[in-house]
Design a protein around this ligand. Structure first.
Ligand SMILES: NC(=O)c1ccc[n+]([C@@H]2O[C@H](COP(=O)([O-])OP(=O)(O)OC[C@H]3O[C@@H](n4cnc5c(N)ncnc54)[C@H](OP(=O)(O)O)[C@@H]3O)[C@@H](O)[C@H]2O)c1
Ligand code: SF4
Ligand code: SF4
Length: 376
């Protein structure tokens, strides 16, 4: 296992951090998490050199922290740093924040949390956290020794990331980042900004939740043609670890084989080791994924609202995502949300109002028909 320095904190952590959000339930299907299997996976990772565990209050129906706590009995707690999170939805005042942190400490069977994060914030959630005194609460808990580092995880546009990052004395930040997200969310700009401020960056969704683990045929052809043979997972992690600002790459593993494979990969990856040819390969791979885009919708929403309730950019985004990563539409969260809200292309009556408004001059009506036929 390679170990990396956490920016201005100066501490060392394993390059591979175990995400504790994706453990499976037992085969019987009568519970959300197979506890003994999950405990085995966590300990296997720690025995292999992992020193960073990422969980959250809400993960796995609030059972993830409990399982992590159990896995860390018997001397394992001292071998790791724990990251867990406070969700904005669960707290409205200081008392509730105190109660929540106490509950998390109890579940994790520990007297302190190493990395305590405001969970999945954007600017709106950050303003909310400020309005209920969360920054002062984090300051006080750090002084009291109940948390070591004040952190946040982020989902939102770059501008909001920069605003939040500069608005408080953060110790660490967790962002979604991978070779496909260079211009998405915090993106490369966000990673570099955090690095320039000395704030260590922990990576989530490094494999886009597993979508980058299986390459579609045009991408696999590029990997196959490269003289050095590596799996798509190894390429993705290698690319991430090449960035010196990255402290730890989280990966949620469901199987012992995935833990073992990732342990082996993170034995070899380091910042600044990718050759120019390897970097070019990853640029080509990104372009090969993007070439699978089905329609050039930019999500500008000029066409919205549709008088008949079609979520036009939502349908196109789901269509593109499914095509890009060659995923089964039934596993598309975007599509599930559209179906749940009854915003599908089946509502279109072909009035044409959207096409007149689209700055990309897209054939929206025909596009919606094709998208819906494929997605459903
Ligand atoms: N704070 C936040 O807002 C937030 C949001 C998202 C995630 N997170 C945290 O970040 C962690 C990492 O994110 P993530 O779980 O989405 O990470 P990820 O690495 O992008 O995806 C994990 C998935 O990748 C696949 N995988 C992992 N190793 C593999 C291997 N060696 N070979 C093949 N497939 C492999 C597995 O997919 P299969 O299940 O298909 O096998 C696994 O479930 C989470 O567990 C969670 O702790 C935090
Ligand atoms: S053409 Fe269809 S999608 Fe476009 S505005 Fe009319 S009903 Fe909505
Ligand atoms: S106006 Fe065109 S590009 Fe913009 S969201 Fe609608 S379909 Fe997409």
């Amino acid at each position: 296992m390679k170990y990396r320095t956490f920016g201005k904190l100066g501490i060392q952590g394993s390059a591979f951090g175990l995400g504790c959000m994706r453990f499976n339930g037992p085969a019987s299907g009568d519970s959300i998490i197979d506890e003994s299997k999950a405990i085995g996976l966590i300990r296997r990772a720690i025995d292999g050199g992992v020193t960073y565990l990422d969980t959250a209050y809400v993960y796995l129906d609030r059972t993830s922290e409990i399982v992590v706590g159990k896995a860390l009995e018997g001397g394992y707690r001292d071998k790791v740093t724990i990251a867990t999170k406070m969700p904005a939805e669960a707290v409205h005042n200081r008392q509730e924040m105190e109660n929540l942190l106490s509950e998390e400490l109890r579940k994790l069977r520990t007297d302190h949390i190493d990395f305590y994060l405001m969970h999945g914030i954007d600017r709106e959630k950050w303003e909310y956290f400020k309005s209920i005194g969360a920054p002062e609460f984090f300051d006080d808990m750090k002084k009291a020794g109940k948390i070591r580092f004040k952190c946040f995880s982020f989902h939102g546009p770059y501008e909001e990331f920069e605003y939040i990052l500069r608005d408080y004395d953060w110790d660490m930040v967790q962002i979604q980042y991978n070779f496909m997200d260079v211009d998405n969310q915090a993106g490369t700009r966000g990673l570099e900004l955090a690095g320039s401020l000395g704030i260590p960056v922990v990576i989530m969704e490094g494999l886009l939740g597993g979508r980058l683990a299986k390459a579609p045929s045009n991408v696999q052809a590029l990997y196959d043609a490269f003289p050095v043979k590596r799996t798509p997972v190894e390429w993705a992690f290698r690319w991430l670890c090449d960035h010196p600002q990255v402290a730890t790459v989280l990966s949620g593993c469901n199987e012992a084989e995935q833990i073992d494979q990732n342990l082996a990969i993170f034995d070899t990856v380091e910042a600044g080791i990718m050759t120019d040819a390897e970097k070019k390969l990853m640029d080509d791979v990104r372009r090969a994924y993007i070439s699978r885009t089905r329609i050039g919708c930019t999500g500008c929403r000029y066409c919205m609202p549709c008088p008949n309730g079609v979520n036009i950019p939502g349908v196109f985004s789901a269509w593109n995502q499914v095509s890009l990563y060659d995923t089964d539409p039934r596993h598309s969260w975007d599509l599930q949300r559209i179906l749940k809200n009854d915003e599908g292309a089946n509502r279109c009556v072909e009035c044409g109002a959207c096409e007149a408004a689209c700055p990309q001059h897209l054939g929206i009506i025909e596009g919606l028909k094709a998208a819906w036929a494929e997605l459903t």
